[in-house]
Ligand binder design. Structure first.
Ligand code: PLP
Length: 397
């Protein structure tokens, strides 16, 4: 075999999101760009804010000597200070640059953090439905993913998490606001999780860590406040990025932040710096690190995403779809009107030219994911198709 057996096997079960996304160009060529409604990938349609573009111009016109060279693997101190200030403002906790490692997006941040903590065979509990890349990231570093179902409304099921905790459990990895459901875990549920993890950590050499993937933390609706994991649980690491908040996922800039209250923070930061190097990232993109402090704290979109959510949610529920109302991110995860999510998603594509992703791609059959980070007119024009599908499958007369 030309390639590794393991990679071949992993690729086989790879990504429904990519499969659906990759079928779009052919469909667009066949039926015309405007007649395909592509909700397959979480690729924000919004352009970065003006402040970002201005900062980019500034560096093109007035380059700083040495700005394209290697740097410390942790990232530039002024960028980390900027992130620390942002985190201190968000959380009310004093972060310094020493709690932050700049990374190649949240994806790079998650890999660096997992590499720093996991030993071969350690278990990572992940509430499901979940972002399917987590499984690959955990496997990259010798870990074993243990999926635990969430409740029917996709909130955390603490009893199920408790049952899944074993002697090998090293990390519980949560993602809120959640991809694919849009659910934001409440402060109460996180406090419950914290109590559980503290109790289960007793007598262990190392605690069970809480990893929070907060990639979507700036996209939260209805005046909900994202609970502050650092205040709730000490051995915690947050991974986030500017991919969605600035609309720049192609630029690959993010960070991992360790809880300043945690006594092992310094060791973890040291391990993450080393991991950044040996995983071959070396450092997060230099130009993006320079831009962040200049771009400031402008974000693209929570208000626009909320409007899109409202438009889609209102229509789908009126057509009879069963949907948990998203509180953040830009995904919706309705139930499919038939059990077979793959059959439904295929029919949505073939009959109505609507591209979505089957729930099984996120560990949950019987649902489908709609990434509504598209132009509002695409949502508007897709609604007739969703309505016809609802009629076809008996949700609506
Ligand atoms: C839950 C989650 N985590 C991480 C990522 C990766 O983010 P980044 O582009 O910052 O690496 C994504 C991207 O869609 C995501 O949905």
């Amino acid at each position: 075999m030309v390639i590794s057996k393991k990679v071949k096997q992993l690729m086989g079960g790879s990504s429904w999101v990519r499969k659906m996304f990759e079928s779009a160009p052919q469909l667009k060529a066949q039926y015309g760009e405007d007649n395909i409604f592509d909700f397959s990938l979480g690729n924000p349609v919004q352009e970065p804010p003006e402040s970002f573009k201005e900062a980019l111009k500034e560096f093109a016109l007035n380059p700083v000597a040495g700005m394209h060279r290697y740097m410390d693997n942790i990232g530039y101190p002024e960028t980390r200070r900027f992130v620390a200030r942002q985190l201190s403002d968000e959380t009310g906790i004093s972060f310094t640059e020493n709690h932050i490692v700049m990374t190649v997006g949240a994806a790079g941040g998650m890999n660096v953090a997992l590499k720093a903590i996991l030993d071969q065979g350690d278990e990572v509990i992940v509430p499901s439905p979940y972002f399917v890349e987590f499984g690959f990231y955990i496997d990259n570093h010798g870990g074993v993913m243990r999926l635990v179902n969430t409740a029917d409304d996709f909130t955390l099921d603490l009893a199920a998490i408790e049952k899944a905790i074993s002697e090998r459990t090293k990390i519980v990895l949560i993602n809120s606001p959640n991809n694919p459901t849009g659910v934001v875990y409440s402060a109460d549920s996180l406090r419950g999780l914290s109590d559980l993890l503290q109790a289960k950590s007793k007598g262990r050499q190392t605690p069970i860590y809480l990893f929070a993937d907060e990639t979507y933390k700036t996209i939260v609706f209805d005046d909900i406040r994202l609970p502050n994991v650092f205040e709730i649980y000490e051995p915690s690491i947050s991974v986030a990025s500017y991919s969605k908040s600035l609309g720049i996922p192609g630029e690959r800039i993010g960070y991992a932040a360790v809880n300043p209250f945690y006594s092992g923070a310094e060791q973890i930061i040291g391990a993450m710096i080393f991991a950044n190097r040996i995983l071959g990232y070396v450092n997060a993109p230099a130009l993006m690190q320079r831009l962040l402090p200049l771009a400031g704290v402008d974000h693209v979109g929570p208000r626009e995403y909320q409007q899109k959510r409202d438009l889609l949610y209102k229509a789908l529920t009126a057509y009879g779809y069963s949907v948990v109302k998203p509180q953040g991110a830009f995904y919706m995860f309705p139930r499919t009107p038939i059990e077979d999510d793959l059959a439904f998603v295929s029919d949505l594509q073939e009959s109505f030219h609507i591209l979505t992703v089957p729930g099984r791609g996120f560990g949950k059959e019987g649902c489908f994911r709609i990434a509504y980070c598209v132009k509002t007119e695409v949502i508007e024009r897709s609604l007739a198709g969703f309505e016809k599908a609802a009629k076809k499958y008996g949700l609506l007369r």
